[in-house]
Design a protein. Structure first.
Length: 224
């Protein structure tokens, strides 16, 4: 399976060409024909691949969302960890080319319609995580699912903004540590609750841990 960066790379060159034009002459004054010409493709090919000039700015998000949807459709031992790792995968993609991410950030902030599109795109990640947790953990309280999904998304966006707004590298470990702290607050960090192998199973779980996660861990340990 290709990585998130390699899968989105074919779109990066076209996005870069579009961002150059937007920066030089403004979003509204830039035509699809100009973007297609700058990217070395025909107008019809551009429309077939991207749809419109606003779509090209978010093309890598479409690739990432599709990839995460496929990844999360596979079985995972720990659904909470799967969501954390999905967030890390998205961050690695943007951290691999922070300059491109910064240029997009500048353009999006200047165009209200693009800002609204960005907000909707962020919500799509949150909804994907929410729906995945509900499906992976039958009986999970919907409040727990949406709370965790929103927390992961908010932390991800906070660290990503640090990367985009600053001039220094923000390693993936910063996001991982922050997400692990969040998992610890939810009582679902696997490293905090590994039982020692024994004939007798004694389970202690934080009161804050969702009941569906308690049931999943008990089932997992009993099967082992």
């Amino acid at each position: 399976m290709p990585t998130s960066s390699s899968a989105a790379r074919p779109h990066a060159a076209v996005m870069s060409a579009a961002l150059d034009l937007f920066a030089q002459q403004g979003f509204e004054s830039t035509s699809v024909e100009q973007i297609a010409q700058a990217a070395g493709m025909s107008r019809s090919t551009f429309f077939r691949q991207f749809g419109g000039k606003d779509d090209v700015i978010f093309a890598d998000h479409e690739v990432l969302l599709a990839m995460l949807r496929d990844d999360l459709s596979a079985p995972h031992d720990n659904p909470w960890t799967a969501v954390r790792d999905a967030s890390l995968k998205v961050y690695r993609h943007f951290a691999s080319d922070p300059q491109l991410a910064r240029r997009r950030y500048t353009v999006v902030r200047q165009v209200p319609a693009l800002r609204e599109r960005e907000i909707v795109t962020v919500f799509r990640y949150e909804r994907l995580f929410d729906e995945y947790l509900r499906g992976a953990l039958p009986g999970l309280d919907p409040v727990d699912a949406v709370s965790f999904a929103a927390t992961v998304t908010a932390i991800h966006n906070h660290v990503l903004r640090r990367l985009i707004r600053g001039s220094k590298r923000v390693p993936t470990s910063v996001l991982r540590d922050a997400l692990n702290d969040a998992m610890r607050r939810f009582g679902v960090l696997e490293e905090d609750a590994e039982p020692a192998p024994d004939d007798m199973l004694v389970a202690v779980f934080p009161r804050r841990m969702p009941a569906a996660e308690v049931a999943r861990r008990l089932q997992h340990d009993l099967e082992r």
